[in-house]
Design a protein. Structure first.
Length: 339
């Protein structure tokens, strides 16, 4: 039996933890809301994040990081991007005391504003300096609500170390979630992070009452932007963006009301302010943070990302949505296939 510490007991942390317990692993969730931990341990529910659903009864929860990490072979980060570095520093302190060297898995999808670092880069810096082999990223077309209902799901698990990717594949896969290994750690992370920005744009189009043609065009050109950033700045492999963490995750996040980013975009398209949306969503809208880092990268490296830039202008410069759409549609003619 493999002990897995899941850092983050929100919707995704709870669902992944329950899934891993279904697989026969020894799972403990770590979170800083005592009432959530107490409810998980007492009733195997997490009504704060997932109503009308029960976790595997073998799943435990704690607010003590040392207890969560004690003996863990895998540490799974399911945290908002803004919290990863802070928690990683604390994880390093515990591991330095115990000498334990678990495999680190990230399910967080974001890019850190300011540093423009991916989650694997943050974990490497803070926990395993100069050793990316100990990091695995999981990403793909999946919503916590669907996995909780044991809907059929496929996800990529990526690492620079093939054996570590295979280990995660073995421990995480079951009869309702299938994991595929991938050696492009960076590309898988870029796809998972930037699709959240495009999902906000997709929601805005729905809020503005645009139809299927507009949504299809947005997703296709959004994928081009994701690949352009991934290949030209991060050095990712172009084919990665044709896979689960690229086009797969983009499709599900841009078309489902389960997507927080899509829901946020829809409300903005209907005329609500970003502050109103974020204050009333109840959960993190990662695309609203990631778009800051994407904007910085696009400007700094002169990367052509008109959709992402338009979303940044709307969210943070109070630009008019209709004017941004008009500007994009009136841009100078371009060739379709280019990086």
């Amino acid at each position: 039996m493999t002990k897995i510490a899941v850092l983050g007991n929100g919707s995704w942390g709870s669902v992944l933890g329950s899934m891993l317990a279904d697989n026969g692993n020894d799972v403990i969730l770590y979170g800083n809301i005592d009432s959530v931990n107490e409810e998980i341990n007492a009733t195997h529910t997490n009504s704060h994040y997932m109503k009308d659903w029960k976790l595997n009864p073998n799943t435990k929860a704690t607010g003590d990081l040392e207890e969560a990490l004690d003996g863990a072979e895998i540490v799974l980060f399911v945290l908002p991007t803004k919290a990863v570095r802070i928690v990683a520093k604390n994880v390093r302190k515990v591991l330095d005391k115990t000498g334990n060297k678990p495999l680190l898995v990230t399910a967080t999808k974001g890019i850190e504003p300011g540093t423009k670092k991916l989650i694997s880069e943050i974990l490497t810096e803070e926990i395993y300096p100069n050793d990316t082999d100990k990091i695995v990223a999981i990403s793909g077309p999946s919503h916590a609500e669907n996995v909780a209902q044991k809907d059929l799901t496929a996800i990529a698990c990526a690492s620079t170390n093939e054996e570590n990717a295979k280990f995660v594949q073995e421990k995480f896969s079951n009869d309702y979630v299938r994991f595929y290994t991938n050696d492009d750690l960076i590309g898988v992370e870029v796809g998972g992070a930037v699709k959240n920005v495009i999902a906000i744009a997709a929601g805005i189009l729905v809020g503005k009452k645009y139809g299927d043609d507009a949504k299809a065009a947005l997703m296709t050109r959004g994928l081009a932007e994701i690949a352009r950033l991934g290949v030209n700045y991060f050095g990712a492999k172009p084919m990665t963006f044709s896979g689960l963490s690229g086009i797969g995750d983009l499709i599900v996040t841009c078309t489902s009301s389960n997507s927080r980013n899509w829901r946020a975009g829809k409300q903005i398209g209907e005329g609500k302010s970003l502050d109103y949306v974020l204050n009333n969503m109840g959960q993190v809208v990662e695309g609203a943070t990631t778009v800051k880092a994407v904007h910085e990268l696009a400007e700094e490296k002169n990367i052509d990302m008109p959709i992402s830039e338009a979303i940044y202008h709307v969210l943070y410069e109070n630009a008019d949505v209709d004017e941004e759409i008009k500007k994009m549609m009136g841009r100078s003619p371009k060739s379709e296939i280019r990086l």
